[in-house]
Ligand binder design. Structure first.
Ligand code: SAM
Length: 203
């Protein structure tokens, strides 16, 4: 990654990491990924070909305020996300607006126009059709899937059923014990990356 991109991603990470949700209190189900940690993971995700700049089609299966989507938008071709709770997804716009102002003041680029967020259930065919209609990308065409622990067993089954061989499922929030999923192989040389991110490949 060039210097300007790294600087931009660091700014985005600092912005969202200062506004984490769910670490304490009743909103634990929508805990936020630490984007500074994800930034460190990119040092391996890119050379390993898991994130292919300008090519990868990314889908966060429970995207909340879309922070992982905004972060990865600079690197991927399509940055899509699905969120069950409308009020959570509603936070995306105002946060992005605030972030863009900050980036602008620092002379850094705004996120590209490749972010598509959807209100719905990631397990629901109707949501998949909506994603397909708007992004021209079916579940079979996505390269990289993501969850922060939420519904990981169910999402693994969805990926096992619908994703193409070679698609990667990243599960954030794991520690030493990494679950096994039918039809998905743990990339054990890479996992847990930064002690928290497990990677599985669809066989
Ligand atoms: C722990 S948060 C993670 C948010 C974001 N991906 C991140 O890492 O910062 C998980 C989110 O998944 C959402 N969620 C749970 N089940 C879902 C489903 N079946 N479809 C879509 N979203 C779901 C929750 O509402 C919650 O906002």
């Amino acid at each position: 990654m060039d210097k300007r991109l790294t600087e931009t991603l660091r700014h985005v990470a600092e912005f969202y990491d200062a506004r984490k949700v769910g670490d304490v209190g009743p909103l634990g189900f929508r805990r936020s990924t630490d984007l500074m940690t994800l930034l460190k993971c990119l040092n391996r995700l890119i050379p390993e070909g898991v994130v292919r700049p300008g090519e990868t089609r990314f889908l966060d299966l429970g995207c909340a305020d879309g922070r992982v989507n905004v972060f990865l938008s600079y690197l991927v071709r399509i940055s899509a996300g699905i969120e069950l709770d409308e009020w959570t997804l509603d936070e995306y716009g105002s946060l992005k607006f605030e972030l863009e102002n900050e980036l602008n003041q620092s002379g850094l680029p705004a996120p590209p126009a490749n972010i598509y967020l959807f209100h719905g259930d990631s397990m629901d065919d109707r949501t998949h059709r909506q994603v397909l209609d708007e992004t021209h990308t079916s579940l079979e065409a996505f390269d990289l899937f993501y969850t922060y622990l939420v519904m990981h067993d169910e999402f693994a089954r969805l990926i096992q059923r619908h994703a193409k061989p070679g698609a990667v499922f990243m599960v954030y929030g794991l520690k030493k014990i990494m679950p096994a999923y039918d039809g998905l192989r743990l990339l054990d040389q890479l996992s847990p990356m930064e002690g928290i991110l497990a990677l599985y490949v669809k066989e």
